[in-house]
Write a protein that binds this ligand. Structure first.
Ligand SMILES: [Zn+2]
Length: 190
């Protein structure tokens, strides 16, 4: 069996986790030993489970860094919310190159400020296959939203949750930035 890294990325609400759960189910049907992982930080849907809003849930092991994966033996590794993991991306390369492991990972490619998110740029660079999904734009309803956008204030990249976020297309993201800037100039700190 030859190894492979497949990535599902895009903004929030773009069915990344649904694709991951589907990969988990296909691998199970193929009689592979499958294990799913998620970062400790993501507690939106409870611990020890990866859950999609519409596509059910699978059991998951909580890890902090890529190095933790070495403690678990499986044929297929499913990893959710990859942007919150730490560690050396070489761990994945070694698993695939020398042990023929199959890896499916999903995560946000950008923060709400559109900066590359955590280890995602490195993951995207080494992946065999990248699937970049879009969401529906909150402002124009087109199915072309590449960006997550935060409606309130925050101090770090890491705000886990859905309520404060919307997804926007490039045009509508730029429109909101212009509006925010104009507001800031007029009223100071928004
Ligand atoms: Zn739009």
């Amino acid at each position: 069996m030859s190894g492979k890294i497949t990535v599902y990325t895009g903004p929030m609400f773009s069915s990344k986790t649904a694709a991951l759960i589907s990969a988990y189910e296909r691998s199970t049907i193929a009689h592979k030993k499958v294990l799913a992982f998620k970062p400790v930080i993501d507690d939106r849907f409870g611990k020890n489970v990866i859950k999609s809003r519409s596509f059910g849930e699978i059991p998951a092991i909580e890890i902090e860094s890529l190095e933790d994966l070495k403690k678990y033996d499986a044929d297929v590794y499913i990893i959710d919310e990859f942007e919150f993991l730490e560690g050396d991306i070489k761990v994945l390369q070694d698993m695939v190159d020398f042990k023929g492991k199959i890896i499916y990972a999903s995560g946000l490619d950008m923060t709400a400020e559109r900066k590359p998110f955590g280890l995602m740029p490195e993951l995207l660079a080494i992946a065999d296959s990248v699937n970049k999904f879009v969401a529906v734009c909150h402002d124009c309803y087109e199915e072309n939203a590449n960006y997550s956008y935060f409606l309130g204030k925050k101090n770090t990249d890491i705000v886990v949750g859905n309520k404060e976020y919307i997804t926007l297309c490039r045009k509508c993201y730029a429109a909101r930035l212009r509006k925010d800037q104009a507001h800031e100039e007029k009223f100071g700190d928004r």
